[in-house]
Write a protein that binds this ligand. Structure first.
Ligand code: ASP
Length: 344
C-alpha cells in the first residue's frame, strides 16, 4: 500500500494570488493550490487534504491556531504516515516550534513548508518545496519506521528541525537557517538524511496539548534602552513571563535603574528568560560581568534556543500550570530545541 500523507493548508504565499487591481498578494483556497500542481497525482503517495476555513497570511497566526493545527494532526494521526503543513514563511518558525511542544510523543513526520513566490508564479519555489516535503513526510527507514519522526521545516533543498529554525531572508528562496543544529536532510538528486541529527523514534501514544498561555512579553535590549519604558511595559497586570533578548552570550546594560526595573518585575512573580539576539551560539550568564546581575536575580538562561522556540515553549509550559515552577521546564529539552548541558 502506498504511504498516506495529509496536507494541512493554512495559507501563506504558496497559495496566494495577486489582486488584479492592486497587485497585493492575498490568500486563496486549497482548490486553487491543488489545480496548480498536477504532479501530485503522479506521486506514489496517497494524499488527502484539509484546510483552515479561511486561509491566512502567517502574520495572523495566533497560539490558538498552533493548537488548532496540533489538534488536526492529533485527530488524523492514526490514519496517516505523515503530515505536511502548508504555511506562510513569516511565522513558520514559531508554528513549527509550538507544534514540537504541543505534539508530545510524536513519532511521525510533521513537515512545514511554504514558498517565497506563489505556486502560480512562473519562477515559483513552491512546487519543489511542496513535492519534496510530501516525499519526506512519506519516507520510511529499512524497518518501516518514519524517517523523520519529528516536526521539521523543509525549504529550498534543506530539511531543518522546526524548533531550531529562524527565518533569515525576506526574498531569497533559501529563507531559513538552523544555526545551532545541523540540517536533518539535504535534497539534491537524492534526499540524503543525516540520521544522527534526527530525533530517535518514540514509543507510546501521541499526547496533544491544547493550551498556550500568551501572558508573556518580549523585551529586546539595545544600547540606550530606557528603564522608564521597561518599567512601564513590565507593569502589565497579568504578565507571567518576559523573554529578554540580550547581547552576545546573554549580556545587557548594567544601568542600576534598568536592573531594578527587571528585579521589581521578578518580585511581582514575573519569570525572566534570557535568549541571545545572536543568530547562533548560546547564553552563558556569568561569563561576562554584564550578565552577572541577570544570573543573580534568577533570570533563566535559555542556552542555544531560538527566540521563537523560547517564546512558544514558555507559552506551552505556562499553559500547563498556574504554578511559577513552570519555568523549570525551560531548562529541560523537550523536542531537541536546545543542546546545552547546563543552563546558566
Ligand atoms: N506573508 C507571507 C506569510 O507568511 C509570506 C510567506 O508566505 O512566505 O503568510
Amino acid at each position: 500500500m502506498p504511504p498516506k500523507v495529509l496536507l494541512i493548508y493554512t495559507g501563506g504565499t504558496i497559495g496566494m494570488h495577486a489582486d488584479p487591481r492592486t497587485g497585493e498578494l492575498r490568500p486563496m483556497d486549497l482548490a486553487h493550490l491543488e489545480d496548480q500542481v498536477p504532479e501530485l497525482e503522479r506521486m506514489q503517495i496517497t494524499l488527502d487534504a484539509i484546510s483552515f476555513d479561511k486561509a491566512i497570511d502567517s502574520s495572523d497566526m495566533r497560539p490558538a491556531d498552533h493548537v488548532r493545527i496540533a489538534e488536526q494532526v492529533g485527530s488524523h494521526y492514526d490514519k496517516f504516515d505523515g503530515f505536511v503543513v502548508l504555511h506562510g514563511s513569516d511565522t513558520m518558525a514559531y508554528t513549527a516550534s509550538a507544534l514540537s511542544f504541543l505534539l508530545e510523543g510524536l513519532n511521525k513526520p510533521v513537515i512545514l513548508t511554504g514558498s517565497q513566490l506563489p505556486i502560480g508564479a512562473i519562477r515559483t519555489d513552491a512546487k519543489e518545496n511542496l513535492i519534496t516535503a510530501i516525499q519526506i513526510a512519506a519516507a520510511k527507514d529499512e524497518e518501516g519506521n518514519a524517517m523523520v519522526p519529528e516536526v521539521a521545516v523543509y525549504f529550498e533543498y534543506g530539511l531543518m528541525r522546526g524548533n531550531r529554525t529562524v527565518k533569515v531572508h525576506a526574498e531569497r528562496f533559501e529563507a531559513f537557517r538552523s544555526p545551532n543544529w545541523p540540517a536533518l536532510a539535504e535534497a539534491g538528486v537524492h534526499i540524503r538524511y543525516d540520521r544522527a541529527a534526527i530525533l530517535p523514534h518514540r514509543k507510546g501514544p501521541l499526547n496533544v496539548h491544547t493550551r498556550m498561555d500568551d501572558r508573556l512579553a518580549v523585551v529586546r535590549l539595545y544600547p540606550g534602552i530606557r528603564s522608564a519604558w521597561v518599567r512601564h511595559a513590565l507593569e502589565m497586570p497579568d504578565l507571567r513571563a518576559v523573554v529578554l533578548t540580550t547581547f552576545g552570550a546573554g549580556n545587557g546594560p548594567t544601568d542600576p535603574d534598568l536592573i531594578d526595573a527587571f528585579r521589581e518585575a521578578r518580585d511581582r512573580g514575573v519569570q525572566l528568560l534570557n535568549v541571545t539576539q545572536c543568530v547562533g551560539g548560546r547564553v552563558e550568564q556569568g561569563r561576562y560581568g554584564t550578565s552577572v546581575a541577570f544570573r543573580d536575580m534568577g533570570v533563566v538562561g535559555c542556552a542555544d534556543m531560538t527566540v521563537e522556540a523560547a517564546i512558544t515553549k514558555a507559552m506551552f509550559l505556562m499553559g500547563r500550570t498556574q504554578d511559577a515552577d513552570w519555568v523549570q521546564g525551560m531548562k529541560v529539552p523537550f523536542a531537541g530545541e536546545s543542546t546545552a548541558s547546563s543552563f546558566s
